[in-house]
Ligand binder design. Structure first.
Ligand code: PHE
Length: 506
């Protein structure tokens, strides 16, 4: 089957119309191709374009025509021309300025004099009441001939409307455009349909323009007319736009997966504001006020609000724990705790703040909670660090909770996510004891995934908690890096549509 067989009638007629002249406007094709409407031409042409048989080029053309003042100028002459004539008629070639104003009217006089000077046809001499307009040599010459702008205006009038490219004297046209309502310019997009090499080949095959049926109807079958009909064959190689289904960003996909895992394990999701007083983000977690993590260099402090008041009773409890252990059996940090410091406001640096807030509100067992949320740290950006990232946080509070159980939970979570290759090693956090860190294999190396531990008595006892609390905070982005083989964490936030399209659904 030749390429031409699969073309529609309209497509064939457009190609035919391009046979003698390979570039035509849609209007020309409409006339010579026997189309009724321009849209039919454009429709067929754009199909031909997608098949590579024609190109459609667009160009903007500007067309000028006369405006109100322009017609007047044409009838009565340009105002500066009237004034020039008057100067020429005056015996000494000059007219006092006062007289000019009388002659032309004040406003017209003003710009007529301006144009005379601009064209070099007259000069102003004298000062004050003796000021006069005097014709120049150029002005005398101009008396006998029309100037370029006058000629262009006449040309525009004669042509009725003319493309700016057809006006040779561009400078003269610019002068006319500077005046008010002398000429009008409108722009228009002109399309050209141009035969491609491939299009020529198809034409060379020979196009047969005959009545073709594209759809078989029940009526045709009934009356048997289909037997004598010519059917347009299908072209199974024809162009079709690639259909792309909507897709979730892998960040969303993995977040949903994590939520499901915890929900299925009987956990409840919690969340609190991202803006928190240091009190909840740090102090309640027994992080000393001189801890490095509180540094401006590590933490984003808020200007507005710069303080969030802390309940004085709560503040006193936490003060005692920090200063001398407050009866928890610990000796505390042994420094003077400051409420002001605790009321400073930060963008939460970890989601552990959610766990501690929840526990403060609900000290009674049992509790199985999780959060997937954004946290902020003033860190230098590199392939595995972002100043804004997400954590998967959780706690279990129950009578029999133990460190072994915590390790089991963490292993189970990672195994549900499809990560078997993980390593657990001892670690330190001010609020947990014992503490651990989780690593996962990435590109042949161990990468730190997060921390966990059992909350210290300095954290739980002041809140009236009587049972062990297992807690963890794990990185979300790093999970995605491993799962989707993203070598640079920054790529996750580029909103790269191609990457999202290419990433697997699960
Ligand atoms: N908050 C810790 C971090 O951001 C992780 C952690 C959470 C550690 C809970 C112990 C207990 O790295």
């Amino acid at each position: 089957m030749g390429k031409a067989d699969s073309l529609s009638m309209g497509e064939k007629r457009v190609l035919k119309a391009l046979e003698d002249s390979p570039s035509r406007t849609p209007a020309q094709i409409m006339a010579s191709g026997g189309f009724k409407e321009l849209v039919e031409v454009m429709n067929a042409a754009s199909w031909l374009q997608s098949k590579g048989l024609v190109d459609i080029k667009e160009e903007v053309v500007y067309r000028v025509s006369l405006d109100k003042e322009g017609s007047l100028y044409l009838k009565e002459g340009f105002p500066e021309r009237k004034l020039l004539k008057a100067l020429g008629d005056s015996p000494d070639g000059s007219i006092p300025m006062e007289k000019v104003k009388e002659l032309m009217g004040k406003t017209v006089a003003g710009f007529s004099v301006g144009w005379l000077k601009r064209k070099g046809w007259a000069e102003i001499s004298g000062k004050g009441s003796t000021q006069a307009l005097r014709i120049t040599d150029g002005g005398r010459k101009a008396l006998g001939a029309s100037s370029p702008d006058e000629e262009v205006l006449r040309f525009i009038y004669e042509m009725n409307e003319v493309e700016t490219t057809d006006i040779a004297d561009k400078a003269a046209l610019e002068l006319l455009k500077m005046r008010k309502e002398v000429v009008k310019v409108r722009d228009e997009v002109v399309r050209h349909i141009i035969l491609t090499v491939k299009g020529k080949e198809v034409l060379a095959e020979g196009l047969e323009i005959k009545d073709e049926v594209t759809q078989l109807t029940p009526a045709m079958l009934k009356d048997g007319k289909w037997r004598n009909m010519a059917f347009r064959p299908y072209d199974i190689d024809t162009f079709a736009p690639k259909a792309k289904g909507g897709k979730l960003n892998p960040l969303r996909v993995i977040t949903e997966e994590i939520r499901k895992i915890f929900l299925h394990m009987g956990f409840t999701e919690i969340d609190y504001d991202m803006v928190q007083p240091c009190f909840w983000n740090m102090d309640a977690l027994f992080i000393p006020q001189d801890h490095a993590a509180r540094d401006l260099q590590d933490t984003f402090y808020m200007k507005d609000p710069s303080r969030i008041p802390v309940d004085p009773k709560m503040a006193d409890i936490i003060r005692k724990v920090h200063e001398d252990g407050g009866g928890t059996g610990s000796s505390g940090w042994g420094y003077r705790w400051s409420k002001e410091e605790a009321e400073k406001v930060v963008l939460r640096t970890h989601t552990t703040v959610n766990s501690i807030r929840y526990l403060a509100e609900h000290p009674d067992p049992p509790a199985k909670l999780f959060t997937v949320g954004r946290v902020f740290r003033n860190e230098a950006v590199n392939f595995k660090h972002l100043p804004e990232f997400q954590q998967i946080e959780g706690i279990v509070m129950e009578e029999k909770a133990s460190f072994r159980m915590l390790i089991g939970l963490i292993k189970e979570f990672y195994s549900k996510m499809g990560f078997e290759d993980i390593r657990i090693r001892p670690s330190f956090f001010p609020y947990t004891e014992p503490s651990l860190e989780v690593d996962a294999k990435f590109l042949g190396k161990w990468m730190e995934m997060g921390g966990a531990g059992v909350f210290r008595p300095e954290v739980t006892e002041p809140l009236g908690i009587r049972h062990p609390v297992l807690a963890w905070g794990l990185g979300l982005e790093r999970l995605i890096m491993i799962r989707y083989d993203v070598k640079d964490i920054r790529e996750l936030y580029f909103n790269d549509i191609d990457w999202i399209q290419a990433s697997p659904l699960l």
